[in-house]
Write a protein that binds this ligand. Structure first.
Ligand code: ADP
Ligand code: MG
Length: 479
């Protein structure tokens, strides 16, 4: 065990999926020509006044409620000043001492064990634009992203490893997509993370000096960047040095970080309340309406699958990765009519449905098979109408065309042959046609039973009840 214990706190920026910007009417659509989505407010032109976007407030409140935060009935916007070419106003509208949400936690599983990372706060702010540095000494500025509403989710320093930091970020990603408040496209920068990292002697309670790693935009890089930083700090301290509080830039290509600037302090930003924006007043009725409208949350669903439906942690994790998949599963279990069918249904979804969807790059919503069809397929197998093997063949057509299972069974005459006399007739014919193998079996090579079963299944087009075939063959061959 290492003598050093890492301590990590994350600040995650979540781009809210609103149609227009946080304080003005221009579009938030991705991929337009540079500076196509600007207006006087975004450009910071004199006289332009911000008006806060109600949709952004609802998104932030839903996230705060889902994370169990306290909602501040009266929060304020502040100006956070800094100079940067992609920030034409010279300040970013953010929240400072009166954020919208405080407290709460993000819960998730790490190696199947429940974890809980407390949140300090969730506040609203606007995004900055983007500088594009060209070869030579030219830089271009694109303000399409400027003014897009963000939630900044700040965690307590509760995270104890790089792996846990990545799991936390995945859980947050899952939650914002689940709530429909962010599309979570990491490649478009819709979820971005700054990681604060320190180390302390194992068992100590005081926090060590931290560094802040900027510019981490994938789950894999969160883990790599933090692992790298922990190792670097241990090397510094064990070499007799001290960790310097600073902001470091993670370079994903080089797999390393470099100092960017010494840590800025709050006073450097010259925060003050934005005089152009009235206080954000959120009444109880609004909060309660949004709370009531929340869906079942991922961790609650996961616990229900584990505790009430007896699914394996792996099944529970996969089925709660995206809300629509679990909705499909729940609808199938309910159509089946008995929670005892949950594991079989989970199995079909895991092994067949997801494989087909992945292969085709298809969304579940575009799949014509209904949850009720899947439930009835499971019933047909369980009551012995069809064999599991035939069920798998039928699944392909159900998935592709949305055909009802009973229809396929009737049309193709797939009903399982469970009549002993019928099976016996085929089995006897197979034995008669293979006298050498029959003699070898009788001479002790009982493994040949598999060969005979295979032949009978072939003759019956896979429709014979396999258990019955085994039993009949064993009897005929030993007589
Ligand atoms: P800022 O980055 O604006 O100075 P805070 O001081 O509130 O903001 O801290 C931001 C993040 O840093 C939080 O997620 C917090 O948990 C984390 N943090 C603070 N101190 C430490 C520390 N010593 N080690 C690791 N993380 C820390
Ligand atoms: Mg910070």
């Amino acid at each position: 065990m290492s003598r050093w214990e890492p301590v990590i706190g994350l600040e995650v920026h979540v781009q809210l999926a609103t149609a227009s910007k946080a304080f003005s009417g221009s579009s938030t659509a991705f991929g337009a020509d540079p500076n196509a989505h600007t207006d006087p407010t975004v450009l910071g032109l004199p006289g332009a006044l911000p008006v806060f976007n109600r949709q952004a407030l609802d998104c932030a409140l839903r996230l705060g409620l889902a994370a169990g935060c306290r909602i501040r009935p009266h929060s304020t916007f502040a100006r956070k000043h800094y100079f940067y070419p992609d920030l034409p106003k010279g300040y970013q509208i953010s929240q400072y001492d009166q954020p919208l949400c405080e407290g709460g936690a993000i819960e998730f599983l790490l190696d199947d064990a429940p974890r809980r990372v407390r949140l300090t706060r969730i506040h609203l702010e606007e995004d900055a634009g983007k500088s594009i540095h060209q070869p030579g000494a030219t830089s271009l500025v694109d303000l399409n992203r400027a003014g897009i509403p963000l939630c900044e989710v700040v965690s307590e320093p509760d995270i104890g490893s790089a792996e846990e930091a990545a799991a936390y970020m995945r859980a947050l990603h899952q939650l914002v997509r689940w709530l429909g408040i962010c599309d979570g496209d990491m490649e478009k920068g819709q979820l971005r993370c700054d990681a604060n990292v320190s180390i302390r002697p194992a068992g100590d309670s005081a926090l060590g000096t931290r560094t802040e790693l900027k510019n981490i935009n994938s789950f894999r890089f969160v883990q790599k960047a933090i692992e790298h930083e922990i190792r670097r700090q241990i090397r510094v301290v064990e070499g007799g040095g001290q960790v310097v509080q600073e902001t470091r830039l993670w370079d994903a290509d080089a797999g390393t970080s470099r100092p960017m600037r010494s840590k800025e302090e709050a006073e450097d930003y010259r925060y003050f309340p934005d005089p152009d924006l009235p206080a954000l007043v959120v009444d109880d009725a609004t909060v309660e309406a949004l709370r009531t409208g929340l869906p079942e949350l991922p961790m609650d669903r996961c616990r229900r699958y584990l505790d009430q439906l007896g699914l394996s942690p792996e099944d529970a994790r996969v089925l709660t990765a995206e809300a629509p998949l679990g909705d499909f599963f729940d609808a199938a279990v309910s159509a089946y009519g008995d929670p005892a069918g949950a594991r079989a249904i989970a199995n079909w979804i895991q092994s067949e449905l997801l494989r087909e969807l992945n292969r085709d790059g298809r969304e579940l919503a575009a799949c014509p098979m209904t949850p009720a069809h899947l439930a009835r397929l499971v019933t047909l197998i369980e009551d012995g109408t069809i064999s599991g093997k035939i069920g798998k063949q039928m699944f392909a057509e159900m998935y592709r065309d949305g055909t009802a299972p009973e229809h396929i069974v009737a049309r193709d005459g797939l009903t399982q042959i469970s009549d002993e006399g019928a099976v016996e007739g085929v089995a006897q014919a197979v034995i008669d046609a293979h006298p050498d193998q029959a003699a070898a079996y009788r001479g002790g090579k009982t493994k040949l039973i598999g060969f005979f079963v295979g032949q009978v299944m072939k003759q019956t087009g896979g429709k014979a009840n396999p258990a019955l075939v085994n039993q009949v063959l064993a009897r005929l061959l030993s007589s």
